[in-house]
Design a protein around this ligand. Sequence first.
Ligand SMILES: *Cc1c(COP(=O)(O)O)cnc(C)c1O
Length: 359
Amino acid sequence: MKANSSQAILKLLLNMGAGFDIVSGGELYRSLAAGADPSKIVFSGVGKTHAEIAMALEAKILMFNVESEAELERIAEVSTWLGCQAPISIRVNPDIDPRTHPYIATGLSESKFGIDIQTARKLFSRAQSMPSLDVIGVDCHIGSQITELQPFLDAFERVRELVLELKSEGLPIRYLDLGGGLGIPYNGETPPNPREYTQALSERAADLNCTLIFEPGRVLVGNAGVLLSKVEYLKQTGNKLFVIADTGMHHLIRPALYSAWQGIQPVTPREGQPVTVDLVGPICESGDFLAKDRLLEPVEAGDLLAVMSAGAYGFSMASNYNSYPRPAEVLVKGNQFSVIRQRETYEDLTRHELTPDWL
Ligand SMILES: *Cc1c(COP(=O)(O)O)cnc(C)c1O
């Protein structure tokens, strides 16, 4: 869900039979508001609060993907309070290098995510002995924007061994959650296609007798979205030409956060030679850029630009920094289109703020 959690997008995916991988009470709220079936919701994330755990138990989600021993104890405690059993899986860290950006690699031993397989073994038997827990799955997610099949297969082999071992010890493992992370082409990458990826994994899992769960985010929505922007100014300084747009890191933080590359295309091409530019936004941060040293088709102030591949981790990571209202979202299908999120107003910016009467 964190790639794009707009209600209309969730509804579209629901209509196609999707469940949801949530990481917060807010995402649980959003998924239920969109009409999700709780029995197709899994709850990941390292920081689940008491309130979030209680909310998910009350909603009767499919399972919690547990990320630490302390969390396991907390889930057991909350389910005891509520007089129910919590369905859980443990997120194991297979210690595989997904060869992606370090900020989006999650399956290495130095990551804050998951539990190394050795420790997980002990935790599984501990969980099995706790009456308020129902151990039903094994979970693993090694990172994001992974463009090769091999890291997925390597991780799978380690998880597969663990599942066989747990089953031989009598644990009723019924779900194997293989996470997300399948990459997309931003700039000519050639990631495995989803069919190739799911076939490779489901073939290898055939004898495990587990329901496989996949948590694709980016690959579903990334290349379905563009961020439309208007060029405000051209600014030449020293030997650099800046194209200053009316959008930036506040609406699409990926370039600033992980030096991500996003395609940029003028909506209406002009005649002339491409020039090397930095495409930047209006935010008062040097890190506020959408493209650096990029060969761009010629543009002038007033032109519209499409920032490509903005459907994943775009709006869902947008903020109001520098007090810019967040943009409208529009869903397009063939020649149909609908506004699915209204453009924020200035009133929205201060809506939840209070001024103490002693000021
Ligand atoms: C972010 C995340 C995903 C989705 O990752 P994508 O790269 O967008 O497919 C899936 N599972 C977990 C646990 C995540 O944190």
